[in-house]
Design a protein around this ligand. Structure first.
Ligand SMILES: Cc1cc2nc3c(=O)[nH]c(=O)nc-3n(C[C@H](O)[C@H](O)[C@H](O)COP(=O)(O)O)c2cc1C
Length: 445
């Protein structure tokens, strides 16, 4: 990634970028000014639609289309920023909020303008206290400069802006559960429709546009430089750049901004330095802990964009690449993931509540050497039965990751169980008859 290709992370280490003075000095809020003083809300929406900006929160839904579903005229509309970022491996929104909060606020204001919102809300993960403090200060600065509040930039448009601290649960990032949490209830997914953008579906029943932090951080660039310029980076279907959080067995874990369509190898080896000396990539999850694993052989030369990864049976998701090298056993890794999803399942629907629990139990048996041959088949079946049968995608997320690892590395899972069983048996012999265990083994007769 060359310096000129950076958009969201450009100047990210500039001292004081989180303050409005530095942000404005670097051209900040010019896109908002243009959006409210030169363009009609429909024109703003049109530009976002033509840029074909796909959501960066996981589902890759077109932002322009979603914003277009929000009715305008008689309803009180809301702009809701999903800043819950709680998935293992994801830490891109954190850096954006911490280092360039005004970029998010500006993107959010432009989107709010496009849907004629009366209030903008950032729902931020409860544990992100530092980032929430920064955002609150930044929102206060935006109020002082007249970008938020009454009669914004003298146009007669009023908008209130709230930073709401979340309740500390991964499920609260699922947009329907997020709405419940915001309204003071327990974060539980709701049946759809109505969708948040529909009347009766969003915040306080008002039509609501929900977007991820990174999605919104792209908006000022589109308005400032135009659709054509925006689309110069990325692929036909996955436009623009992506901030990728790389973690796991790499030498330089971190956030990297890449044009959509670079290869996974360029990200994992080129930017993140690849696995430690002498190690190979066994597999990687290209879209965070909820995406199906790709083996190093099948995945490294694939293009990192929504369409390619989907065609390969995985997904780009939130763009968090978790790398596993060939020194890491996969069973404890899969178990750790399943434990996370079991803990975070809200329990409202059966396939997720029971499925995550049974997955943990079976992986524990495999890990401890107590599994029977049937357990492998059962484990695979449980994953298949979860997928597509839950109220939201939390259960599916675990099933896709665990199911793919089991499918692609079945031998390793079986070997792991076999070796653990052999260790258990040896330990038993050691315990019950130490003299037998110490005796030299009898060679072939
Ligand atoms: C269990 C679960 C957790 C989620 N967590 C987040 C999150 O932390 N941040 C986020 O933007 N989207 C999250 N999503 C996706 C949201 O439901 C929604 O698709 C997204 O906020 C829409 O924004 P976008 O269109 O800009 O991507 C989650 C989904 C699920 C199923």
């Amino acid at each position: 990634m060359t310096e000129t290709n950076l958009r969201l992370l450009k100047d990210i280490d500039e001292p004081g970028l989180h303050t409005i003075d530095v942000y404005e000095r670097r051209g900040g809020y010019s896109a908002l000014r243009r959006a409210v003083t030169e363009l009609e809300p429909d024109e703003v929406l049109e530009q976002i639609s033509e840029a074909e900006l796909l959501g960066r929160g996981g589902a890759a839904f077109a932002m322009g289309m979603k914003a277009g579903f929000v009715p305008k005229g008689d309803t009180d509309n809301y702009m809701l920023v999903n800043a819950d970022e709680s998935e293992p491996g994801a830490f891109k929104d954190r850096v954006l909020m911490q280092k360039t909060p005004h970029l998010l606020i500006e993107g959010c204001l432009i989107a709010a303008r496009a849907i004629d919102a009366v209030q903008a809300i950032i729902y931020i993960r409860g544990e992100y206290e530092h980032q929430a403090d920064i955002l609150e200060r930044a929102v206060a600065e935006a109020y002082e400069r007249g970008y938020v509040g009454k009669d914004i930039l003298g146009t007669g448009w009023d908008l209130e802006f709230v930073v709401h601290r979340g309740a500390g649960a991964y499920i609260a990032g699922e947009e329907m559960a997020l709405l419940d949490s915001l309204e003071g209830k327990r974060a539980h997914p709701r049946m759809k429709p109505p969708y948040p953008a529909n009347v009766g579906g969003g915040v306080y029943q008002g039509p609501t546009l929900v977007n991820n932090v990174e999605t919104l951080c792209n908006v000022p660039y589109i308005i400032n430089f135009g659709v054509e310029e925006y689309r110069k980076l990325g692929t036909e279907q996955s436009t623009g750049t992506k901030v990728v959080s790389v973690s796991g067995n790499v030498r330089r874990p971190g956030n990297y901004e890449v044009p959509m369509g670079v290869t996974c190898r360029e990200i994992i080896y080129g930017l993140a330095g690849g696995p430690p000396e002498g190690r190979e990539v066994k597999c990687f999850l290209p879209g965070g802990s909820s995406s199906p694993a790709l083996t190093g052989d099948e995945g490294l030369d694939l293009r990192f964009d929504f369409e390619t990864l989907e065609a390969a049976g995985s997904m780009l998701g939130s763009g968090s690449v978790i790398v596993v090298d060939d020194s890491q056993p996969l069973v404890p890794f899969a178990l750790r993931l399943a434990e996370f999803y079991r803990h975070e399942s809200c329990g409202k629907c059966v396939p997720c509540r029971e499925g995550t629990n049974w997955t943990v139990k079976m992986l524990e048996r495999i890990d401890s050497g107590e599994a029977t041959p049937m357990d492998f088949e059962l484990l695979a079946q449980v994953q298949t039965n979860i997928i597509g049968n839950c109220l939201c995608l939390l259960g599916d997320s675990m099933a896709m990751a665990v199911g793919s690892m089991l499918e692609k590395f079945r031998d390793e899972f079986e070997r792991h169980a076999e070796e653990a069983r052999a260790r258990n048996e040896a330990a038993l012999v050691e315990q019950s008859a130490p003299e037998l265990a110490a005796a030299p083994s009898i060679g072939p007769m």
